[in-house]
Write a protein that binds this ligand. Structure first.
Ligand SMILES: Cc1ncc(COP(=O)(O)O)c(C=O)c1O
Length: 424
């Protein structure tokens, strides 16, 4: 646990944020979040604009904060769209991506002037029908699957040969069909790709973007003018879950991209990005109270309150989504020394509900806290209702000059009644 996290946890414990009904609490370090967004804005030239992938943290305070820091918003469901509008995003700075868009959501996005990434040729026909007699201010283009292959997590790889997303560029006839569609419909002025989310190397990402930019160049040459003006390169910058180090950085990606796809850096295209995990993951963490410790068949187990309800991917796919954990005492102070091999279990009713196994950690005692690192994106913000557990409180935490911590409630601890109403 680093010193910022320790300060936040100690102050939170002292403020009484934990009790028997509030055994899991999550935090976003808002100063670090601002630093992350500044590093993004500085890494790329001014003709790049950055949308935040709302799926990574859909909480209204998360969206409001990145909006105030200068980002737009990428949304991929009717719920995300409404949340982004409520957070105050300008529709012109939003983009809608979803492979299963209904006529109703297409009408809504086009009516509002939200950018639209068309997933397939059937969707193109629907969009054209809607636009007939009802022109839209939306920037519209195709999502392309450049088919450059998978990263290290197949479930997160969206540019495989058979991915469900976008138009598969190398499939028979598709390249020509895409070029014809652009030429026949001059209102198609953008192009989009997203190679994957976590597990993709910079080489794979830039290879995918490069293929899509080559297609844009081909369309523009065939059109005899610059019809495609905007290239949306998606998100997917991987996050390092092994230490506090930020690697790769936004600058690393910008450097690789400028080498591999220099056309994006001349100012000829306006370029959009859709980063999610790399904005929030390392700026958030979860703390959970340890209720009991026990041993079974030689295995030492700390039974905590955080499991699949807040760390769904880690629990169900532990080999791919291993997270760091550390231990604090009952006052929130980091524990050091006396390390023993321990497993950290969650409370859910299945044996695999484990946050970490065989971790060498200071000996955990009942009343201690276990910290789940790098969980600011796709963890506490996407609670899972297995076993009817409530969603934890989330605080935006700002460390003040005099070393105190200012907590802003981002989400109250969900009551049992609210949770039961949500389940129905
Ligand atoms: C279309 C699209 N854009 C952006 C993202 C965000 O990816 P990441 O959070 O890895 O940056 C995703 C994630 O699934 C996505 O599907």
């Amino acid at each position: 646990m680093n010193t910022r996290q320790e300060k936040i946890l100690k102050a939170s414990v002292a403020e009484g944020h934990f009790n028997d009904d509030r055994t899991v609490v999550a935090y976003v370090d808002t100063d670090k979040l601002s630093e992350t967004v500044s590093s993004l804005l500085q890494a790329f030239p001014e003709h790049f604009s950055h949308t935040f992938a709302a799926k990574a943290n859909t909480m209204s305070n998360a969206l409001k904060m990145v909006k105030d820091l200068g980002m737009g918003c990428e949304v991929a469901s009717p719920g995300e769209l409404e949340q982004a509008l409520r957070a105050g995003f300008n529709p012109a700075e939003m983009v809608y991506d979803e492979p299963a868009k209904t006529p109703a959501i297409l009408e809504r996005a086009l009516g509002l002037g939200i950018g639209l990434n068309i997933d397939n040729f059937q969707e193109l026909a629907r969009v054209e029908e809607i636009l007939t007699g009802k022109p839209s201010r939306s920037r519209i283009g195709f999502r392309i699957n450049p088919q450059v292959g998978a990263g290290s997590i197949s479930a997160m790889s969206t540019a495989t040969h058979t991915s469900k997303f976008g138009v598969a560029l190398e499939d028979d006839g598709n390249r020509q069909a895409l070029i014809s569609a652009y030429l026949q419909k001059p209102w198609l002025t953008s192009i989009h790709t997203h190679v994957g989310s976590q597990g993709c190397s910079l080489e794979l990402m830039t290879a995918g973007v490069g293929k899509v930019v080559a297609l844009a160049e081909e369309v523009n040459r065939a059109a005899g003018q610059q019809q495609i003006e905007v290239v949306d390169i998606g998100g997917g910058l991987p996050v390092n879950f092994d230490s506090d180090e930020i690697t790769p950085t936004f600058s690393d990606y910008a450097n690789s991209l400028s080498q591999a796809v220099p056309e994006l850096f001349t100012g000829k295209y306006r370029v959009k990005t859709e980063f999610g995990r790399s904005i929030f993951a390392k700026n958030g963490f979860i703390a959970t109270r340890v209720e009991y410790t026990k041993s079974a068949g030689g295995r030492t187990i700390a039974v905590s309150h955080a499991g699949a309800q807040v760390a769904t991917r880690t629990v169900f796919m532990p080999d791919y989504w291993k997270i760091r954990v550390s231990v604090a005492d009952s006052s929130g102070r980091a524990k050091r020394g006396n390390e023993v091999m321990q497993d950290i279990a969650g409370p859910l009713c299945f044996a695999g509900d484990m946050i970490g196994t065989e971790r060498l950690l200071p000996e955990i005692e009942p009343g201690d806290y276990v910290v789940l690192h790098d969980t600011g994106a796709y963890y506490f913000s996407n609670p899972f209702y297995y076993n009817a557990l409530t969603a934890p409180a989330v605080y935006g935490a700002a460390i003040e000059d005099h070393e105190g911590v200012n907590f802003k409630v981002w989400r109250r601890q969900q009551t049992v009644n609210d949770m039961l109403a949500a389940i129905g």
